[in-house]
Design a protein around this ligand. Structure first.
Ligand SMILES: *Cc1c(COP(=O)(O)O)cnc(C)c1O
Length: 337
């Protein structure tokens, strides 16, 4: 079975499960879990930050970041299509009284910094207090240029704001650019990193930042019910992913490029260039999208049903599968015409 809907569908490997089973654990609410403590120190060091905190999901690490940077009545600047605005159920306004100020996302995945600057509020009791700019890397698979991140840093410094990165797939950006996690994180006050995407763990994200920030995030995590006990079994999977599943993201990127090249030979499809581990294809119609998805399903290939559809490569899609996937698309499309 090849499931191309997302890189979150990966199964923990036998070696990862063995690492989880063997992990020394303790009560992490007491700070006693050695595997968690080591993981947090390891990721903080890799990111070049003072401290790190593990949480269940990227939604939670992003929420912890927003709650820890912004007070009630304060505002964060964000992209309309960014996860921290659109896909987190409004957690920051609901739970933190934090006001979002969204912007259109440009085709390269960035926000127009001149437009952002215009919306930074002056000190006036009519307005929320602008506190934070939240960016994303990668965004829909696109790697955001580091020069842009440095410009964003200059902008926030001019206005006394903080800068957060939703780095759910920041390791894909690291592998694609050759930049280290520390280099990619350098412009940011905080970074949220997912391990349950391309890195292939069943659960787990990490938030990094300075010590005072992580201390605030720790309190918020407890309040949200996110304090976990013998969660070293999760941290062991994350250690395993850092050891074995980072460099191999290059294979996912190669496979996405190969998939895009193969599918672009099919005249019924419009194929956008592969971006890291994602390929977007466009069908002529919603009905075609649905029929192709149903046909592929019979071949044990799982894809979504959107008219503009995301295909994602990951640990569970070996290079040897790509030709067969392209052939199955070809057959599915041929059956329709
Ligand atoms: C997946 C994802 C997250 C976090 O999602 P969870 O499912 O809560 O771990 C955050 N940002 C982006 C861009 C993502 O793709």
């Amino acid at each position: 079975m090849f499931d191309l809907r997302s890189d979150t569908v990966t199964q923990p490997t036998a070696a990862m499960r063995a690492a989880m089973a063997a992990a020394p654990v303790g009560d992490d609410v007491f700070g006693d879990d050695p595997t968690i403590n080591a993981l947090q120190e390891r990721v903080a060091a890799m990111a070049g930050k003072e401290a790190a905190l593990i949480a269940s999901s990227g939604t939670q690490t992003n929420l912890l970041a927003l709650l820890s940077h912004c007070q009630r009545g304060e505002e964060y600047l964000v992209g309309q299509e960014y996860h921290t605005y659109r896909y987190e159920a409004g957690g920051a306004p609901v739970l933190g009284g934090i006001v979002p100020q969204p912007f259109e996302v440009s085709s390269d995945g960035t926000l127009d910094l001149a437009a952002v600057a215009k919306r930074i509020k002056p000190d006036d009791p009519h307005f929320p207090i602008t506190r934070l700019l939240a960016l994303e890397n990668t965004h829909t698979g696109k790697v955001i240029p580091q020069s842009y991140m440095e410009q964003a840093r200059q902008l926030v410094d001019q206005h006394g704001l903080k800068l957060h990165l939703d780095g759910a797939r920041v390791f894909n950006a690291a592998v694609a650019t050759g930049l280290s996690l520390a280099e990619l994180s350098a412009p940011f006050d905080s970074v949220s990193i997912c391990f349950s995407k391309g890195l292939g763990t069943p659960i787990g994200s990490v938030l990094v930042g300075d010590k005072a920030f992580i201390k605030r995030a720790h309190r918020w995590r407890k309040m949200l019910g996110g304090g976990m006990r013998q969660a070293g079994i999760v941290a062991a999977a994350m250690h395993h992913a850092l050891d074995h599943h980072v460099a191999r993201l290059a294979e996912d990127h190669d496979n996405a490029a190969k998939l895009a090249a193969g599918l672009s030979q099919l005249p019924q499809l419009q194929v956008e260039p592969a971006q890291t581990n994602m390929v977007y294809i466009n069908y002529g119609s919603a009905a075609v999208a649905k029929q192709v998805s149903e046909h592929l399903r019979k071949q044990d290939i799982v894809v979504g049903t959107a008219q503009r559809l995301r295909l994602v490569t990951h640990l569970g899609i070996p290079a040897t599968a790509i030709d067969g996937i392209v052939a199955a698309f070809k057959e599915a499309l041929a059956q329709l015409s």
